[in-house]
Ligand binder design. Structure first.
Ligand code: SF4
Length: 273
């Protein structure tokens, strides 16, 4: 059996939950395969993983895999994940969110989970729109982009998810695209092993709704756009704001050792009052 067949039979709820809902060419499936590949390589037991999501196309991911899974309410993946981690610290808790889920309705939870440094590996699949509800503007939709809710162009500046979580205090922050699968595997592995809150932004394609503002009409064109506009962080450090405009800076952006919420909690328990 080849590697893909091995992953399908070992991890997917293929007889119960398929066919999946994702459009052909969507990047979420590429991310899912990368996540399963890395989990398999790292040797986690399926019972040790808890995979939590909110709502949206990426929110469907835990439905399809055979871990402990929770498909929660919109924007609340990190709140459920925090509760699980506090109750069962030995478990490897992972969240998967879309851009709307993570930085619109769930933005408050993202910054406070980062600030608390709860040990959760979180992955934000950023396809720059609300895909499931019809391609409306999200907080990461580029300025002036035309979407179904901004037919004359988006008036709002877009969030940089990595800068946001860096300012909030996350221990580990990284970015890849779904085109760069080797890099994606490496970053997923680092995030899973990180002591503290880890956030990886995964730039992806919504082939059905995003890409129109760039004139991109197919999954291949959209992935080529990721390839052509990505720039490794080591190279980006020598460039100015103007040169980096529109570029996707990839790699490990932040990796710092700071006390986790659990470490602080243990200290508190040891204080005699
Ligand atoms: Fe993927 Fe967009 Fe289809 Fe949702 S609507 S499954 S994000 S391509």
């Amino acid at each position: 059996m080849n590697e893909t067949g091995h992953l399908i039979h070992k991890y997917l709820r293929s007889s119960k939950k398929f066919p999946h809902i994702w459009c052909a060419g969507c990047g979420i499936g590429i991310f899912m395969q990368a996540l399963l590949r890395v989990i398999d390589q790292l040797g986690y037991s399926k019972d040790d993983i808890v995979l939590v999501s909110g709502i949206g196309c990426s929110g469907r991911l835990p439905v399809y895999v055979d871990f402990n899974t929770l498909h929660t309410t919109h924007g609340r993946a990190l709140t459920f994940a925090t509760g699980i981690k506090l109750a069962k610290p030995r478990l490897k808790v992972i969240t998967v969110m879309g851009d709307g889920d993570a930085v619109a309705i769930g933005g408050n939870h993202l910054i406070h989970t980062a600030r608390r440094n709860v040990e959760i590996a979180s992955f934000v699949i950023n396809n720059h729109v609300y895909g499931m509800t019809g391609g409306q503007c999200s907080p990461t939709t580029p300025y002036r982009a035309r979407t179904t809710s901004s037919p004359y162009g988006n008036l709002e500046p877009d969030f940089d998810i990595c800068r946001l979580t860096e300012a909030a205090g996350a221990a580990f922050i990284a970015r890849s695209t779904v085109y760069h699968t080797h890099l994606l595997d490496q970053l997923i592995g680092k995030a899973l092993k990180k002591k503290g809150f880890a956030m990886v932004e995964v730039v992806s394609q919504c082939v059905t709704y995003s890409g129109h503002w760039l004139g991109l009409r197919s999954p291949v064109e959209m992935m080529n756009w990721q390839r052509d506009n990505a720039i490794p962080v080591e190279k980006a450090r020598g460039l100015g704001e103007t040169e980096l405009k529109g570029k996707i800076v990839t790699g490990v952006l932040v990796d710092r050792e700071i006390p986790t919420y659990h470490e602080e909690y243990k200290k508190l328990l040891s204080v005699k009052v």
